[in-house]
Ligand binder design. Structure first.
Ligand SMILES: [Zn+2]
Length: 211
């Protein structure tokens, strides 16, 4: 647990935006017309690019994490409890969107390959639970980037708090609130993604961390 996080890669977001655009265009074309077919082909290519980019990113990220960390704690999305209302539905869509299950499979494979531990923990209420006192902040929305506990006043970056909650669920008990500074995983260039990344994370990334 050292506060490293991964920004949503810009090229990926651009591709996804292009896909949405092409889908809109496609819906306006006459079915099976030349223009329809052209758009359809471009759409398929864009989907292919997204798939390749993700796979590449996942494998490089997995290799990096499995090299540097001994334990991977991640949210078990199969655990019942995620089926909640409101925020959860959007959240599930986003997780689907970021192909979390593929990422997870790759990470698990990379860690197990090196004889390291992968520990799924229940995903229930992760973002809303206070790491310090275990209280729940019911009013936390997706737009709140900072977690503030209404019970004990604990205040921390939202994703960092959620990560700590997951670590706690894994059985890891820190001596005190660890002094963790957030910083993006710098070696994205080292991941072979030079010049193709950048920008701030606007959406909540699927929380995963290694500790
Ligand atoms: Zn609290």
């Amino acid at each position: 647990m050292d506060g490293r996080y991964l920004e949503n890669p810009k090229p990926l977001e651009r591709s996804l935006e292009r896909i949405r655009m092409l889908q809109r265009t496609l819906s306006r074309k006459k079915f099976l017309s030349n223009n329809w077919l052209k758009t359809k082909t471009r759409l398929a290519k864009q989907h292919e690019r997204v798939k390749d980019f993700r796979r590449d990113l996942f494998f490089k990220l997995g290799a990096l994490l499995a090299q540097e960390y001994d334990l991977l704690v991640l949210e078990d999305l199969n655990v019942q409890g995620l089926v909640q209302k409101g925020e959860t539905k959007r959240r599930r869509m986003r997780l689907y969107d970021s192909s979390f299950s593929e990422l997870r499979a790759v990470l698990e494979w990379q860690f197990r390959k090196r004889g390291k531990l992968v520990l799924p923990v229940p995903a229930y209420n992760t973002s809303r639970e206070c790491f310090l006192c275990g209280g729940i902040n019911q009013s936390l929305t997706l737009d709140d980037r900072v977690f503030h506990c209404p019970h004990c006043g604990f205040t921390l970056d939202r994703d960092l708090n959620a990560s700590l909650v997951l670590l706690k669920r894994s059985g890891w008990v820190p001596p005190s609130v660890p002094a963790v500074e957030l910083h993006p995983i710098p070696p994205l260039p080292a991941l072979g993604l030079v010049g193709r990344q950048g920008g701030a994370m606007r959406q909540e990334a699927p929380p995963f961390m290694a500790g």
